[in-house]
Write a protein that binds this ligand. Structure first.
Ligand code: NOJ
Ligand code: CA
Length: 680
């Protein structure tokens, strides 16, 4: 076949004729509902399968191959013929129990291709594309068939060829613990192996975010640059065999590309959520979006310790102090880390001594949770595993049960260890080390969430597998970390860069909520080292970095020291009826307006990188004809993150309506936060 095609194309080239159509045959096309994106699929010489994507007629992804390498059967890489193609359209709107917006429209064209490999005993596979106006997702389906009952995948041959030269914002995959590598900015042709979301801006201004949706019982996808601007899906390796082992029938996660004319369009896309299954938990009114405070930043500052002894942070007395503070200021939750036995040995990357049911003697769990409930507050549980999944799984159920008995309805979990160094159980009593984005890890994280749901407990995972929108299916997966959070500003080397938040919004945040722990009004880490922020930016982050549960992370004394700024932290909600990205440029600036789910208030957060800027904010999102009080928290005229003037915060009020345009004057490293409430 190859030889014949090669020979014919040589003859054709000699006689200057176009190649014969049967060599690369366009077999299917689909357009998005408003014809903004188009997907073409062709079967190439040798029966290889490839797709391409255009936006408004311009190439975005040029011919990119599809297929698999298996360990127990020949690869899926050619000899395909199309058995059936099905086009269908879909348009509905569903409601989120909590989120960036209450109602989400799911409007797409679906193209389903059933393919057969006649030379491989009629082996079958299907590829399903969903084409939206703001992106494309596709997945493979392995049907039940005698020829391939167990599917052992060593890697995918899925490609993504970026059509035009561009810049990429990306994070190295497989290196450094828990997706906490800083975001890098390079030409697309200098990317190595990237974690997703990877955000690309091509020279014509098109923005593309590569990611995946519904990562269930499968290895997480890394993107390996093969040559030029061609990437190939690279599945997180398994410690024990092929990257993925499944029994057919099953579907892979969706490979996704959010595609927009600007950075704002990427964040506005609901593609990832739409490609996930609807809520499987039924009534989730027990999942409570809310804010919390607690015994946390003091350990990161080294003022107290997780372990026992004179510096122990999780004491009954200290926790009561935090409960009183939460109750007095309207916070629902109090997180307490270091409450349980196991922190005195090498816990990070160890974790074998953790008990998830036994408290240190100076922490009275039953009394404290009863005290909290009596004041309208809930303790937030903490399960740090040190990455020792094998050890944790033996106690997880008992740990959940204990918390449920004491009315604790959310748990922050943690998996602090190095990349590839989480410990999993194998056959018998064996254990092995593996990545926290491997197939077995994706299984563990989801099991932890599903099991927690049985106890009506919500989970906030730190050092997690990346977010792929599973919160739609399991709304008790409230939040996660999965990027550099505030903790790096305590002890990081380096600490978070000044463009960190403007990067996060258009990279990590495209995948879902992040427990970022904002609100460090003291603006300093360990030993008073300044962080790269003004005070106004700390407030803006509450609106910008979305999470249904948000920790106001600073110490009580710092909130008492800055009451004007603290008022915004007390006011800002964490659950939204609507979200609008007003402006943004990846890594430079971002402004987001969000409408409160439980009132008519709007909130705005805007941040810049190290450059001072003035951004125009048209208030057209406000209800027409209604006057609003704007409570503005802005950088002082001399504010600058590099000097002591980073504390210069001006809190002022004015009356506005939908016809007004505010000028947001952002200091270097600065930001602005605004609350807009209807004039009664
Ligand atoms: C890492 C988490 O991200 C952090 O929030 C937590 O305090 C430590 N692990 C200890 O569990
Ligand atoms: Ca972390």
């Amino acid at each position: 076949m190859h030889i014949k095609a090669g020979l014919i194309s040589a003859i054709l080239a000699a006689s200057c004729l176009a190649p014969p159509v049967w060599a690369d045959e366009l077999v299917a096309s689909a357009a998005s509902p408003n014809n903004i994106l188009n997907v073409d699929v062709r079967i190439e010489t040798g029966g290889k399968l490839a797709y391409a994507i255009k936006r408004r007629g311009e190439d975005v992804i040029t011919w990119s191959r599809l297929g698999f390498i298996l360990t127990n059967a020949p690869k899926f890489d050619g000899g395909f013929s199309l058995e059936k193609k099905t086009l269908a359209s879909h348009d509905d709107t569903w409601e989120q129990p909590w989120g960036e917006r209450q109602f989400v429209r799911n409007h797409y064209q679906e193209l389903r291709l059933d393919l057969v490999q006649k030379d491989f005993r009629n082996r079958r596979i299907a590829v399903v594309f969903r084409v939206y106006d703001d992106g494309v997702g596709f997945r493979y389906e392995f049907p039940k068939q005698e020829q391939l009952k167990d599917v052992k995948i060593s890697d995918e041959l899925t490609e993504f060829v970026v059509a035009k030269p561009g810049t990429a914002w990306w994070q190295v995959a497989g290196e450094v613990a828990a997706l906490e590598h800083p975001v890098l900015k390079t030409p697309v042709r200098e990317v190595g192996t990237a974690n997703t979301p990877m955000t690309v801006k091509t020279e014509d201004g098109t923005h593309i975010a590569f990611h995946e949706a519904a990562l269930v019982d499968y290895a997480s996808m890394w993107m390996r640059r093969v040559e030029g601007q061609k990437f190939r899906a690279h599945l997180t390796p398994s410690a024990t065999g092929p990257a993925v082992e499944r029994r057919a029938p099953f579907s892979t996660p969706w490979r996704t590309m959010q595609i927009a004319g600007d950075a704002a369009g990427l964040y506005m896309s609901d593609l990832i959520l739409n490609l996930n299954e609807p809520n499987k938990l039924g009534d989730v009114s027990w999942v409570k979006p809310s804010k919390f405070v607690g015994v946390w930043w003091e350990m990161h500052l080294n003022k107290s310790s997780w372990g026992s002894g004179a510096k122990h942070g999780a004491t009954t007395a200290n926790t009561r102090r935090w409960i009183d503070f939460a109750a007095a200021n309207g916070f629902r939750g109090v997180l307490v880390e270091g409450w349980n036995i196991g922190w005195d040995s090498n816990w990070a990357g160890g974790g074998a001594d953790f008990s998830f049911t036994k408290s240190y003697p100076d922490f009275d769990l039953p009394a404290l949770s009863a005290y909290a409930i009596s004041k309208g507050v809930r303790l937030i549980g903490h399960h740090e595993t040190g990455g020792n999944v094998a050890h944790y799984e033996k106690q997880m159920d008992a740990g959940y049960k204990l918390y449920a008995r004491h009315g604790i309805d959310s748990i922050k979990s943690g998996y602090v260890t190095d990349a590839g160094a989480a410990l999993f159980a194998g056959p018998g009593n064996s254990t092995h080390f593996a990545f926290t984005d491997s197939q077995e890890a994706s299984r563990h994280f989801l099991t932890a969430v599903r099991e927690a749901a049985r106890y009506r407990i919500a989970i906030d995972t730190h050092e997690p597998v990346k977010d792929t929108g599973l919160r739609r299916t399991y709304p008790n997966w409230l939040s996660r970390e999965g990027a550099r959070g505030m903790e790096y500003n305590a002890w990081g080397n380096p600490i978070n860069s000044v463009d960190h938040e403007a990067n996060l919004v258009f990279t990590r945040m495209l995948s879902g909520p992040m427990d970022y722990t904002p609100g460090i009004l003291s603006l300093e880490g360990v030993d008073g080292k300044p962080i790269h922020s003004t005070q106004a930016k700390q407030l803006a982050n509450f609106v910008l970095i979305y999470s249904p549960i948000v920790m106001a992370a600073d110490l009580i004394e710092n909130y008492e020291k800055y009451p004007a700024a603290f008022k915004f932290i007390k006011d800002v909600p964490t659950d939204w009826a609507d979200t609008r990205v007003i402006h943004g440029a990846v890594g430079e600036y971002a402004t987001i307006a969000r409408k409160d789910r439980r009132s008519a208030d709007w909130y705005v957060g805007s941040v810049t990188d190290g450059a001072a800027r003035t951004l125009s904010l048209p208030l057209g999102f406000l209800a027409p004809g209604q006057r609003y009080v704007a409570e503005i928290y802005r950088d002082g005229d001399q504010a600058d993150y590099r000097t002591a003037r980073r504390f210069d915060l001006v809190a002022e009020q004015r009356t506005v309506d939908a016809n007004d345009v505010l000028q947001l004057k952002l200091a270097p490293g600065g930001g602005q936060a605004i609350r807009l409430s209807p004039v009664p």
